[in-house]
Design a protein around this ligand. Structure first.
Ligand code: ACO
Length: 429
């Protein structure tokens, strides 16, 4: 294979280097094109643009493959746990027993939120969307850990902030939830594992400790692992872009949380349940809503269907569908919204509109159903996604900084007015 591509513009040839990844992905390196030819490339939504080289996650959308640091997602979801996967993503290798224990112990030790943060939380209306509060509180951590804003931190300082984020996102998520419900905020308990601690902080009420169900822990673990990274998606690209200006880890992650919130991205899991509830309230006619989704004059889209990169199936959806069935059976959940979900899934999988456009259920179609079964309100679903995505965002931020990547700054093609002269206001018609 040639290691050079040739681009001919206005009869002139421009040789461009070809870059090949370890999984044989190929790219034409156009970084020198503008300097040589005056041309930029145009790719709205970055559908065909590689923004970086990365050694963290490999994804093949055509064949439905997802690997973290080379390990297939199916193996990790079945055999590993979220903290081990977090370590893998951030440090590049699976931990030894000693490394995993030290990592887990440090996370347990740092899960307490800084004094003063409770007062900031108390200032938010209880009706506020949890994602807005979460991003604000993560950003506020820069105030409590001021060394994190220094561009030239030591490796130890960066490591400490990484541990704090993995630990404190769990505490923050549960506090945001309980604040919204007007309930007391539970403190993390040392000695409890990550999941038990999280479930305790989320659901224990005064005098009533949450009873941990292993099926719930298993589903939670799988969901967090499946969401842990997904290469250069919208929120991760946001984290990298913000991080490229040497903004702090907390500021970069806070920006990622905001990007994740959107209904076309992580916010889709909330939208899925709200869509199912709306269909239920409308009489439960799934076919009618399927037709709405196909109607180009109707802005409605079938939430939880379609994916920018997976064009055959979402490997995460396969795994989580099984966990979803398991948890619904175990908890004995009977809900018409879930019947509607199954009907929509079946109908869409056979409908030529969805088949031709390769629109399949994505991970968010099932994750919301699981979170609902566990007892979380729909506004908290994207918070759970953010908690899962934390190690991925951190790993990507760290990679960017270690690789000393330049500040992100795309170009554009200007299509506005050409130069014209200013006229005084009195002269304007
Ligand atoms: N319902 C109905 N039609 C759809 C849907 C949908 N969910 N998704 C895509 N389409 C149609 C589009 O209208 C378009 O049709 P056309 O070719 O006739 O114009 C075609 O399929 C291609 O759609 P695009 O929007 O161009 O695809 P893109 O890759 O840009 O968007 C996206 C992917 C944003 C995920 C889209 O499928 C969508 O909006 N899905 C619903 C929201 C959702 O579930 N998001 C979660 C994604 S997973 C995640 O972020 C973790």
């Amino acid at each position: 294979m040639s290691d050079t591509a040739e681009l001919i513009i206005e009869g002139k040839s421009y040789p461009l280097p070809v870059k090949v990844g370890t999984e044989n992905e190929k790219a034409i390196d156009i970084s020198s094109l503008r300097a040589k030819s005056g041309y930029v490339t145009l790719d709205s939504g970055y559908k065909n643009t590689g923004a970086t080289t990365s050694a963290i996650t490999f994804l093949d959308g055509e064949d439905g493959i997802l690997h973290y640091r080379g390990y297939p997602i199916e193996q990790l979801a079945e055999k590993s746990n979220f903290l081990e996967v977090s370590y893998l993503l951030i440090y590049g290798e699976l931990p030894t027993e000693t490394q995993l224990k030290s990592f887990s112990d440090q996370i347990s030790q740092h899960s307490q939120l800084p004094a003063g943060l409770e007062k900031i939380l108390a200032g938010f209306p209880t009706t506020a969307h949890p994602m807005g509060i979460l991003s604000a509180l993560v950003s506020s951590l820069t105030a409590f850990y001021p060394e994190s804003v220094e561009p030239n931190q030591t490796e130890e300082q960066i490591e400490l902030n990484i541990i704090r984020l993995i630990a404190q996102i769990a505490t923050l998520s549960t506090w945001v939830y309980n604040h919204g419900k007007g309930q007391p905020l539970n403190q993390p308990q040392e000695g409890l594992d990550y999941y038990t601690n999280f479930l305790h902080m989320m659901f224990s009420a005064p005098g009533q400790a949450y009873e941990v169900n292993p099926v719930v822990v298993d589903a939670l673990n799988k969901l967090l692992i499946l969401h842990a990274d997904h290469e250069q998606n919208c929120s991760t690209s946001t984290v990298r872009l913000v991080g490229s200006s040497h903004a702090s880890l907390y500021s970069s992650i806070s920006a990622g949380i905001n990007a994740l919130w959107g209904p076309l991205h992580g916010g889709a899991n909330q939208e899925v349940i709200e869509m199912l509830e709306a269909i239920k309230a409308d009489g439960g006619n799934s076919q009618k809503w399927l037709e709405k989704a196909k109607d180009k004059n109707d802005p409605f889209r079938l939430m939880g269907f379609g994916h920018r990169v997976y064009k055959n199936f979402d490997p995460r959806a396969k795994i989580i569908k099984a966990a979803c069935d398991n948890i619904l059976n175990n908890l004995g959940v009977k809900d018409q919204a879930l019947t509607i979900a199954k009907e929509l899934e079946q109908a869409a999988l056979q409908d030529p509109y969805f088949v031709e456009r390769k629109l399949y259920p994505n991970v968010d179609f099932y994750s919301g159903i699981i979170y609902k079964a566990i007892g979380l309100p729909s506004q908290m679903f994207t918070v759970m996604f953010a908690m899962g995505r934390m190690p991925g965002w951190i790993a990507q931020w760290k990679e960017l900084r270690l690789n000393k990547e330049p500040i992100g700054r795309p170009r554009q093609i200007y299509i506005g007015k050409t130069k014209r002269d200013y006229s005084p206001v009195a002269d304007r018609a």
